[in-house]
Structures are given as structure tokens and as C-alpha cells.
Write a protein that binds this ligand. Structure first.
Ligand SMILES: *Cc1c(COP(=O)(O)O)cnc(C)c1O
Length: 426
């Protein structure tokens, strides 16, 4: 199977004339069409809402785009709350799913009217003391042990720092009810980047049964169940993508089997997907600026791990297309590297690609989630621009490249680098 960029070489060359490489290029059409499919997949549930996980791609232009498509924001920090609010996403359109939360963050979330999702039992008192309890509170569940999907995919909730134990959860609802909270939600995130149509329905079965138990034991009827993120994308060309319509249908079946007979057929389903919403719809576009032949063959790029850290951090696979050479055989073995003084700064290791030369443009696929967002400034490298390839074929700058001035901004309390001699364009 082949992975194709959403843009042709000719179109990309035109963009590069105006915006020099490297840059992230997001596909508006792909993002909107996918957001609409997600909405349709869950349209059987009248209260359904997707809260886009802002951390995946914290760009105000994309947040607004998602808001136009009916999505809210899932935030986990002060900055994400402030950003959502600045984009006009506030009140119940904001889910605040944080952990190790500060008092200031709770106060801000409460002031915005956001839905607060508590990560721990002790946060009930903390929230009450620091911000006061809102009318609606959500609790995050951690079942412990191992979470195994029917297809064998596993994750390890027992090793994860998030959420309440079951005992704490049941006690939590009772305590909150006693203290005057009126409405409740339930949340869990049990496996990451699941490339299977079963994850949400398996998770839903766990949470729906728990909802019945919560009703029986605490006399609390949940208003919503938040399936959180974790729906994955096929980074490798041989992987098959998730079918969101099947995923929605799988959750509906569990809903009909478990919640409806228990008289809980009015619970809204929420999701807070990040990766699935933006991951496939962005390519990191970078130029090969050096080629090196030592014990291995290296292609050196003008982008580095500052622009996309996943390969360096997790050894993650990102497919690479050499633009204009799509039909040539993958005849050469390369390491594709950035310029950091870190040997893990490699977009690909031992990758078969067509014969590639200095000046060739690489399209690094699936960089749209946890890509630019994870970037860092090690070695004084800047994070480069984000561009939006619009539905009408035009291109919009949605974040400029950082500059050395930006990196020096934290010395603005003194004049130690005031007279720095910064070359043009840096
Ligand atoms: C990261 C995260 C998400 C989004 O996860 P994806 O795998 O990108 O969909 C959603 N909710 C919470 C609480 C998260 O931490």
C-alpha cells in the first residue's frame, strides 16, 4: 500500500516559492471532512460532542475551524484554557481534563464555566477549597491492571498515574452529591493510538456497566460519559485506518445493550480525540540540504526533531515521500536526519527510499498531532511555521516560524543579549 501526500509536487513547489522550507502543512479539507464523519458516526446520540484535545495541535486557527464543525476543546493546562477562551470556545464547550492541577488552573476553569474532570479523589477537597464546587463534575476512572482489547492490543492502566480507583470513584460521586453537586460525568483513557475499531466499544462496555453500578450504589445518574482520546491512525502504510462509522456503531450497540435496559438511555457520549482529528492531515515539509556517506548513507534535512519529536522520542514511524519520486523504486537505504547534536534526531532509520539528492523535498506524513506541539528549542533550534492548505487551494500562514529573538525573549528583564548581532532572516 502507498501513502500519498494530499498535495502534488507542483502545488508544493508553488507554496515553497512563497514560504521557504521547512514548515508544517495542514489540509483543511481533510480535517473538515474527518470532523464531519466523526459527528455523523455518533449522530445516533443526541447529546454527542467531540472536545478536540488541544494539546495535539494547539493552534487557534485550527481550534476555530473545529469549533465551526461543532467541536469543543479538551484542555489540560492554563495555557490551553486561555487559548480556547481566546478562540471563543468557553463554558460547557470546554472539558478540563488535567492532572496535578494547580489552584489557579481550577479557578480559571471554573470562571470559564468549563466542565471540570477530576483526576484524583483528593482533588475534590482541593477544588472545593480553591475554587468552589461547580454544579457539574466529571471523574476520571482508572481500572488498574491490564486493559486488553479483543484483538490483543494491550495497555497498562495499573502503571498509569491517572484517575480514581473504583472504590474512590464510587465514594467520590457520593461525596460530591452530599456536597450539592447536581450533575456528573465519567471519563477514562485506557489505551493510546489504538488502530482497531474495537477500542471505543470495549471501553464503552466497561464505562457503561460502571454507570449502571454508579446508579445502583450512589443513586447518581450520569449526564455524560467521556470516552476521551486514544483512537489511533495508521502511521505505517501497511496499516488499515480505523473506520469511525464502525466505531460509532460499536459504541451504539453497547449503549443499547447496557445503558438503555438500565433506564440510562439519556446519557450523552463525549469524545476528546486529538490524534484522530489532525494526525493524518499534516505533513512536515523539509528540504534535503546535505548528503553524507560514511558507514551509512545520510540525508540531512532543514527540519529537525524541534519540528517533529515523535521519532526521536518514541522511535515512532513516520512515512516519508520524496516529492516527485513517488513512482521510482525504493532502491536506497537511508537515515533521514535533522541537525541536532543528538544522534536520535532522525526522522527515519534504515529507510528504503528512492534515490534522493540534495534539493529534494521530503513530505513527512502524519505530523498533525503531537507534532509541532511537542517541538522544543534544544540547540537553539526554532519551531518552524504552520501553514493551512485551504479548501480553495490557497495557503494561509497560521503560525510563523520562531526567530532567535523569540528564543531570547526570556531575557527581556535585562539587556544581556540586547545588542546580539542576529543575521537577516533568523
Ligand atoms: C492526550 C489526551 C487526549 C487526546 O488523545 P489522542 O490519543 O490524541 O486522541 C484526550 N484526553 C486526554 C485527557 C489526554 O491526555
Amino acid at each position: 500500500m502507498q501513502k500519498k501526500p494530499f498535495i502534488t509536487k507542483e502545488q508544493l513547489d508553488k507554496i515553497i516559492e512563497q514560504y521557504p522550507t521547512p514548515f508544517h502543512l495542514y489540509d483543511e479539507k481533510g480535517i473538515r471532512e474527518n470532523a464531519r464523519r466523526v459527528k455523523e458516526a455518533f449522530s445516533w446520540n443526541p447529546g454527542y460532542k467531540e472536545y478536540f484535545a488541544v494539546k495535539a495541535t494547539p493552534n487557534p486557527f485550527l481550534i476555530k475551524l473545529f469549533h465551526e464543525e461543532g467541536c469543543g476543546c479538551d484542555c489540560s493546562s492554563m495555557t490551553e484554557l486561555v487559548l480556547s477562551e481566546a478562540c471563543g470556545v468557553t463554558g460547557k464547550d470546554v472539558m478540563f481534563s488535567s492532572n496535578v492541577t494547580t489552584a489557579d488552573e481550577y479557578r480559571k476553569a471554573k470562571a470559564m464555566g468549563a466542565i471540570i474532570n477530576l483526576d484524583d479523589f483528593t482533588h475534590i477537597d482541593f477544588l472545593e477549597e480553591e475554587a468552589g464546587l461547580p454544579d457539574l463534575v466529571c471523574l476520571r476512572y482508572n481500572p488498574g491492571g491490564v486493559f486488553e482489547l479483543s484483538n490483543g492490543i494491550m495497555d497498562n492502566p495499573g502503571d498509569s498515574k491517572y484517575g480514581f480507583t473504583k472504590y474512590q470513584l464510587l465514594k467520590g460521586y457520593s461525596v460530591l452529591k452530599m456536597r450539592g453537586v447536581k450533575n456528573f460525568g465519567l471519563h477514562a483513557f485506557l489505551a493510546s493510538n489504538t488502530v482497531t475499531n474495537d477500542y471505543y466499544s470495549d471501553l464503552a462496555a466497561v464505562l457503561f456497566r460502571l454507570a449502571v453500578e454508579i446508579k445502583q450504589q450512589c443513586d447518581v445518574s450520569l449526564s455524560f460519559i467521556n470516552l476521551s482520546g486514544g483512537v489511533g491512525i495508521p502511521y505505517r502504510p501497511e496499516q488499515e485506518s480505523n473506520d469511525i462509522m464502525k466505531i460509532g456503531e460499536g459504541v451504539r450497540k453497547r449503549y443499547e445493550e447496557i445503558l438503555v435496559p438500565a433506564g440510562l438511555g439519556d446519557i450523552a457520549i463525549y469524545t476528546e480525540m486529538g490524534r484522530f482529528m489532525t494526525g493524518p492531515y499534516d505533513g512536515l515539509v523539509t528540504k534535503v540540504i546535505h548528503q553524507k556517506h560514511i558507514y551509512k548513507e545520510y540525508l540531512g534535512c532543514d527540519a529537525c526533531a524541534a519540528d517533529l519529536m515523535r521519532p526521536a522520542m518514541y522511535g515512532a514511524y513516520h512515512h516519508i515521500t520524496v516529492m516527485g519520486k513517488e513512482d521510482q523504486p525504493n532502491s536506497r537505504l537511508y537515515d533521514v536526519t535533522g541537525s541536532l547534536c543528538e544522534n536520535n534526531d532522525k526522522f527515519a532509520v534504515d529507510r528504503m527510499l528512492p534515490y534522493t539528492e540534495v534539493g529534494d523535498i521530503l513530505f513527512i506524513h502524519d505530523a498533525g498531532a503531537h507534532g509541532h506541539a511537542m517541538g522544543y528549542n534544544y540547540n537553539g533550534k526554532v519551531r518552524h511555521a504552520e501553514l493551512l492548505y485551504k479548501e480553495d487551494g490557497s495557503v494561509q500562514l497560521i503560525r510563523r516560524s520562531e526567530t532567535i529573538r523569540d528564543l531570547f525573549a526570556t531575557f527581556d528583564f535585562c539587556d544581556v543579549v540586547k545588542d546580539a548581532d542576529i543575521p537577516q532572516g533568523w
